[in-house]
Design a protein around this ligand. Structure first.
Ligand SMILES: [Mg+2]
Length: 406
């Protein structure tokens, strides 16, 4: 997985009239929260560590809401451009904060896409052709009029024209506003000047043969909030689209080998076909959550940073097969902790249901089809206390267990 995602939040939103008179477009309310928060959660669940929001008009609202926060496992930073620089200029402005490669998303559209798979496709394309600079996400629509249109030759983008006159055929592939970009793209962008990624930079790279496309499945949900009709549609549909069942996995002894307070990255060993099981859960459209007691922290054996590094190593290992965990929850507490700061009878510690309930509150989960898999009695009790079905793992192929548990 790439570690950074950049979200373009500087769109003016003129076509929304009074709705964006005093509100930046990505901050428009959808389901009781800013549209942007949905997007942040969607990006973060694919294992991105850092999300950079490039803000423009009314950027102070975005800064006040998000800057410096840690949300869904990702650190959020906001960079507000001093004057409107366009989508390309905004990237140029942010150059000092960009990783060598990063995900780039429009802050005013939504596509239901597996970003881990998108990154895996990019890695494979780049191995074949290191000169590539960007990968786009194409999406088929009946009317391309409002969007940039793509023509593909195999996985190569052969032509890209930004929105404009569409004579004749209007159906086709559009630019869904999701990219992976090599930071070298910034070399093409004039510094401190307005510049459009879609109209100036990408067409040039396409002519040079340096842009590929990685489609998601046909019929994926796509919508933008650029006009009142589609904003109304998002408000009506997005929560439903986002709601998925979840699998809550215990970690030690269930997904990974339990060698007693396991915390060192070199001790990460997957249980048989556990990675493949997670990939299957991703494919089936389930959230994958890990809920793990980590009283080793309370006992002073390791710290929270070690747990985060271990989970990072799990994500990296999963990314190699295009799989991901959506969120990790751990409980560092214990009633008899050696470390006073962690001495607590915590309801999050299994058999308490706290970690599961926190996840159910933070994510749009369809409870009815959700369940937990664990190897301990505490897992079974935590599931019962949260009203979830529980599956006991007693060894063997996790993929087989999961296949029969849906
Ligand atoms: Mg266990």
């Amino acid at each position: 997985m790439v570690s950074q995602a950049v979200i373009l939040c500087g769109g003016i939103g003129t076509r929304l009239g009074t709705l964006t008179e005093t509100t930046p477009k990505p901050m428009l309310e959808v389901g009781g929260r800013p549209f942007l928060l949905h997007l942040i959660q969607e990006v973060a669940r694919h294992g991105v560590e850092r999300i950079t929001l490039l803000a423009g008009r009314f950027g102070d609202q975005i800064t006040a809401t998000f800057h410096g926060h840690r949300l869904f496992g990702a650190q959020i930073e906001v960079l507000a451009e001093p004057a409107p620089l366009g989508t390309g200029g905004a990237l140029g402005f942010a150059v000092d904060r960009l990783d060598p490669e990063f995900l780039l998303l429009n802050g005013d559209s939504w596509i239901d896409a597996d970003l881990t798979r998108f990154v895996l496709a990019w890695r494979r394309s780049r191995e074949r052709d290191p000169a590539l600079i960007a990968q786009m996400l194409p999406h088929r629509v009946a009317d391309t009029t409002r969007f940039g249109r793509l023509v593909l030759d195999g996985d190569r983008v052969a032509a890209f024209d930004d929105k404009g006159d569409r004579r004749g055929e209007v159906s086709g592939l559009i630019n869904a506003g999701v990219y992976i970009v090599d930071r070298r793209i910034v070399d093409l962008i004039p510094r401190h000047a307005a510049c459009s990624l879609e109209r100036e930079i990408l067409p040039r790279l396409v002519r040079e043969g340096r842009v590929v496309a990685a489609p998601v499945r046909e019929g994926a949900y796509f919508v933008d909030i650029g006009i009142p009709e589609t904003l109304a549609r998002v408000r009506e549909e997005l929560i439903g689209i986002r709601t998925r069942p979840a699998i809550f996995f215990d970690r030690d002894g269930t997904l990974t080998r339990d060698s007693g307070y396991t915390h060192r990255v070199e001790d990460l060993h997957w249980m048989p076909q556990a990675r493949e099981a997670i990939a299957l859960a991703n494919d089936r459209g389930y959230f994958v959550f890990v809920v793990t007691n980590q009283s080793g922290i309370a006992r002073g054996l390791y710290d929270e940073a070690a747990v985060e590094m271990f989970h990072r190593a799990m994500q990296e290992s999963l990314a190699q097969i295009g799989a991901h965990v959506d969120a990790f929850e751990w409980c560092p507490h214990h009633v008899e902790a050696a470390v006073p700061a962690y001495r607590k009878d915590c309801s999050r510690r299994k058999p308490g249901p706290g970690m599961i309930l926190d996840l159910l509150a933070a994510w749009p989960v369809e409870r009815r089809r959700s369940f937990l898999i664990g190897n301990g009695e505490v897992d079974m009790e935590a599931a019962r206390a949260s009203g979830l079905r529980a599956v006991r793992y007693e060894g063997g192929s996790m993929l087989d267990i999961l296949t029969t548990s849906f």
